[in-house]
Write a protein that binds this ligand. Sequence first.
Ligand code: RRO
Length: 318
Amino acid sequence: MAVDNFYYKEEKRKMTERLATTVAGLKLANPTMLASGILGYTGLSLKTVIDAGAGAVVTKSMGLEPRTGYPNPTVVQTDCGLLNAMGLPNPGISHFKEEMKQLKRTGVPIILSIYGYSLEEFVKVAEAAAEMGADAIELNVSCPHIERAGAEIGCDSTLLTEIVKQVKKAINVPVIVKLTPNVTNIAEIAKAAEKAGADAITAINTIKAMSIETETARPLLANKFGGLSGPAIKPIAVRCIYDVYKSIDVPIIGCGGVANWRDAIELMLAGASAVQIGTAIAFKGPEVFSSVTAGIDAYLNRKGFKNLKELVGLAHNH
Ligand code: RRO
């Protein structure tokens, strides 16, 4: 019994060591994170994800003022993923202060996703987020269907540079920049963000897409266009991460179509140091975090890797 207990404890210690990682100064018990946009509005829903085993969580993107978002339908299921045009519904950054207090007690890194309609607004929201105790902020400059605050910024390296520089100047917490794949050269944009001071890059946000109902000839989303997420975009995420990895030195947080441990490993082999999970929660529930983590650990163990670092970017050796 005592011997069993020893081996169990030893295995547990090795697993903990193998899975722990630091990304942009954030200490994660495992490399899975909640992606922005799903279950990220309230302290309670974020707590559910933390309890389910996420290594860190990212909130829904918050701005200076509350926003109701677009009219319904805002989400459509396609045969290869979800198409959404939520329209940035959020209660405004100041309303997140109370939620933040509860979340801080968990000890799990809380990343506040923010957006802005101007440079000044980005700085103000970032300051508010840092003041309420965000462990990092993720700049959402990549929503595919928001005019002036979304991918228009993430496609313009000059504008992006200015925003990242000013936000970095204003706050003392790590700044992560979430990029859009809807650009000609994502590596160039990532390089600009890194040069401006970004501590990490999240790749990728959703891909601009559309669905039309054949009988009525109507676009299915009220906003007509939306962002595609889920299995369809995983190969795009892998390619983007692979390209970005070659151009920057700061860590990449992979996002796009992760639903199981193989997906997570694939993004890491391309160059991601951690992975975000979003759409898969809608189909598998928050349990997806523990199953992905267990699968990653079993893979590391089977392949003889001592830690996650040994795995990141390995595909570049071929
Ligand atoms: O709220 C949204 O409609 C939304 C955002 Br902010 C985003 O960054 N990506 C997305 O697919 N939807």
